[in-house]
Each structure stands twice: as structure tokens, then as C-alpha cells.
Design a binder for this molecule. Structure first.
Ligand code: GAP
Length: 419
């Protein structure tokens, strides 16, 4: 099995990611997150919100609707310009993005055509139904609420509006597991600044650093991360200039997050301005955007943390902040009621402060192996000595080291390690 096949198999085996509608053969470009996956994804989003909203003084959040008045997409340029170049194979009539031609066995292509990525939906009960769209980027929900946020809060330029949510694209060739999906989540900051080439460039550069550091601080391998500037043929219709943070996956270097200088494109399109209350100056702010893919970050954190021991055991070395479960609690033996009762007490107690899982099946070695594959940083075992000395064994995922810790010190022990 190659690395991607191993990751896909692990994701299914341990409840990270399943095919959507799997019992009916799946559905191309759509994925479901299982019990471990939903926790990992939530932790990624929470860490993002912490860094980009809570730890800053100049950012507020919103949660806009997925379906918006279709006029938004006309004004934003998405109906006209949110397209991918598409070619069709003359031999088998399959369609591909132009940049994926070399992945195909035949080499006889039609002329390039543009293909709009917006997902159409029909609303209403009377015919003809109203044509509308699932949002192709979460961003427009921020711009159309620009005035609402300015009027209802105390923000002053420069400031940012953050949002995390689902976006939909009718991708021509979904693939590479969740990497290119038709439904996915984005985590974005739109940062509004006074128009100025030099100062906005500085804000752009600062956000490049902030975002790169965020991935590094959560443990992503520095050697597998780099910036890739957008070339004129790749740049989106709304951007003045842009850079991607790319990750080196087993299927090559690929975009994980885009940092875009959107200039005044969007606010001007929606005819929105900002008035400085002190100077009475009115202008169209410029926008610096950081736009990360939650599913891509989830996939790349999974790939990046995947390790195999020389004996072939899989250990997911996720940063404890991202790990789906921080702690697993076991009774040494599942069929001894006195051990199980004590272990459940420890489990219930830790659950008040941490995300904790429980296992009493099979032998302890198998339980460790299962938790290693999920990436649980610590396993707590309640044994016969625990009943007497009120201590438990804490085993560390990465070192395999075991320590004896008093039950009433466990809370402090884990809090310190999760800081
Ligand atoms: N608002 C700007 C914007 O949407 P983008 O570069 O088109 O910019 C931002 O998308 C991020 O969204 C990408 O870097 C990627 O992580 C994620 N993304 C885009 N298309 C995706 C897809 N089809 N499947 C999964 N993630 C996707």
C-alpha cells in the first residue's frame, strides 16, 4: 500500500473520515467525518478561532447563511468569472481540469472551455423555481455584512471579520481523498485596511507569517511547508496579488491556504464604503484575506502526523491540542468489577475537564495500539495497586514511557501538558 492508501484505510478504520453515502457506493466529492474526525476537525477550527479572533483585539466573528440572494454572486463576479478551464478527452469523453491533462492515459483533447464552479439550486414551490446558489466561498457573507458589523460593534479600520463555514464548488475532478471535494469548510479572515500600497503590503506580509506560524506551532513539519506566489494564469478574479501556503503531500506540493490581497474589488462591487467617524473621511477599504481549508488542514495534519514504528505499528503523532481524545482510560482487566468501577470514576472525573475516551476490550497492548492509531497522547490504566495506592499508570504515546501518578493529581498533570 502506498502512503495515501494507508491514510485512507486508517481514516476509515479509526473513524476519522468515511465516504459519504457509503452504503450506496459513495458520492463523488463528498465525505463524512466520523467520531474521531469530527473532534480533530473541531479542534483545528477552535485553534484557528483562538489565534485569529480571541487572541487579537481587532477581529470579530460572524456566521452568515450558505444561501444568499443570487445578486450577491452576480456583483461579486462569481457567476461570470468563477471558472476552471476544462478539456474533454476525445477518446473516452471524460472531462478534466486543464492542469490535470498529464494525469490521463490518452492524449487527444478538445479545445479548452471555461466551466463555472458555482453549485446551482432551485428554491420555491411555484414553477419556474427560483435559481439560486450554494456559496462558492464563505467570503461574500462577510462583505455583505460589512455595514452591519461596523454599525453594530465598535470596530474601526483596521479591523477584521472572521468566519468558518461550508462552501460548495461543482469541481470537475474531485479527488486525492478529501483534498478536492465538492462540499468543504473554509476558515477565513477578511481584514479591512485604509487604501495604501505600502501599508497593505506590510499587512499582507504579516498575515503570511501569522498563518505559516500557526501550522508550524501546531506541529506541522517545516520542511513540508512553503509559500507559492500566484502566477497571472492562476490568480482569482478578485485578487491583486496572492500567495498559497502549500504542503508537500504524497501526491505532491498542494495548496492548503490562500492569502490574497483583494484590494477594493469586493466592497466596490457591492457599493459599500467606510466612514471614519473622527475625520469624516469616506473611502472604500482594501481587503487582505487569509483563506484556509478546514478539510485540507485536517487531511494534511493526518498525513503529517502519520508514523510507523520499525515493527510496523502506526502512531499518529498529532499535537495534543488537535488529538481527537486527549486521554484514554482503561481498567487493566475488563472483567474485574472493582477495577472497572474505579476506572469509571477516574474516567467520569477527567471527562469534566478533557475529551476522554474509554476502552475495556481485549488486552492492554491492543488498547495502546488502537489509541496510538487515533493519536491519543495519554493512556491511563487503573490496576490492582490503584485500589490501594490511589495512583494510576499514565503512558505517553510518543515515548511509550509510563509514570505512576496520584489520581488527585491527574487534572493538574494533563492541564500542564495541554497548555
Ligand atoms: N475566499 C477565498 C477563497 O475561497 P480559494 O483559494 O479558492 O480562496 C481557499 O480557497 C481555500 O479553500 C483553499 O486554500 C483550500 O484550502 C480550500 N478549498 C478550495 N477549494 C476546495 C475544494 N474543492 N476542496 C477542499 N478544499 C478546498
Amino acid at each position: 500500500m502506498d502512503t495515501m492508501e494507508k491514510i485512507v484505510a486508517l481514516a476509515k478504520r479509526r473513524g476519522f473520515i468515511f465516504q459519504s453515502s457509503e452504503i450506496y457506493g459513495g458520492y463523488k466529492g463528498f465525505w463524512d467525518y466520523g467520531p474521531a474526525g469530527v473532534e480533530l476537525k473541531k479542534n483545528i477550527k477552535n485553534e484557528w478561532w483562538k489565534t485569529m479572533v480571541y487572541e487579537r483585539e481587532d477581529v470579530v466573528g460572524i456566521d452568515a447563511s450558505i444561501v444568499m440572494n443570487p445578486v450577491v454572486w452576480e456583483k461579486s463576479g462569481h457567476l461570470a468569472a468563477f471558472t476552471d478551464p476544462l478539456v474533454e478527452c476525445k477518446v473516452c469523453h471524460k472531462r478534466f481540469r486543464e492542469d490535470q491533462k498529464d494525469t490521463h492515459e490518452h492524449n487527444d483533447w478538445t479545445e479548452t472551455k471555461t466551466f463555472n464552479l458555482m453549485t446551482e439550486i432551485l428554491l420555491g414551490t411555484t414553477e419556474p423555481k427560483e435559481l439560486s446558489y450554494l456559496r462558492g466561498e464563505i467570503t461574500q457573507g462577510v462583505f455583505v455584512n460589512f455595514k452591519n458589523v461596523v454599525d453594530s460593534t465598535r470596530v474601526k479600520i483596521p479591523f477584521g471579520i472572521a468566519q468558518v463555514g461550508k462552501a460548495f464548488r461543482n469541481e470537475v475532478t474531485p479527488g486525492n481523498f478529501t483534498f478536492r471535494s465538492r462540499e468543504f469548510e473554509q476558515m477565513e479572515l477578511e481584514y479591512f485596511v485604509k487604501p495604501n500600497e505600502k501599508t497593505s503590503k506590510k499587512v499582507f506580509e504579516d498575515f503570511k507569517e501569522t498563518r505559516m506560524n500557526w501550522y508550524k506551532n501546531l506541529g506541522m513539519n517545516i520542511k513540508k511547508l512553503h509559500f507559492a506566489d500566484h502566477t497571472p494564469d492562476k490568480i482569482a478574479h478578485y485578487a491583486k496579488y496572492a500567495t498559497d501556503i502549500e504542503y508537500e503531500a504524497p501526491f505532491g506540493w498542494n495548496e492548503m491556504e490562500g492569502i490574497h490581497h483583494r484590494g477594493d474589488y469586493d466592497l466596490k462591487s457591492h457599493d459599500l464604503k467606510y466612514k471614519d467617524n473622527i475625520t469624516n473621511e469616506e473611502y472604500t477599504p482594501w481587503v487582505i484575506e487569509t483563506s484556509g481549508g478546514v478539510d485540507r488542514a485536517t487531511l494534511f495534519f493526518l498525513i503529517d502526523s502519520y508514523t510507523e514504528t520499525p515493527e510496523g505499528r502506526v502512531v499518529l503523532k498529532l499535537n495534543p491540542k488537535l488529538a481527537p481524545y486527549k486521554i484514554a482510560v482503561f481498567p487493566l482487566l475488563g472483567n474485574k468489577p472493582e477495577l472497572t468501577a474505579k476506572a469509571r470514576e477516574v474516567y467520569q472525573d477527567l471527562k469534566k475537564s478533557f475529551v476522554v475516551t474509554w476502552d475495556d476490550r481485549g488486552n492492554i497492548g491492543k488498547r495502546y495500539a488502537a489509541q496510538d492509531e487515533i493519536g491519543t497522547p495519554w493512556c491511563v490504566t487503573v490496576d490492582f495497586d490503584s485500589l490501594k495506592d490511589k495512583s494510576v499508570t499514565v503512558r505517553d504515546r510518543d515515548t511509550g514511557r509510563q509514570e505512576r501518578i496520584a489520581i488527585d493529581k491527574l487534572q493538574e498533570y494533563f492541564e500542564k501538558r495541554l497548555k
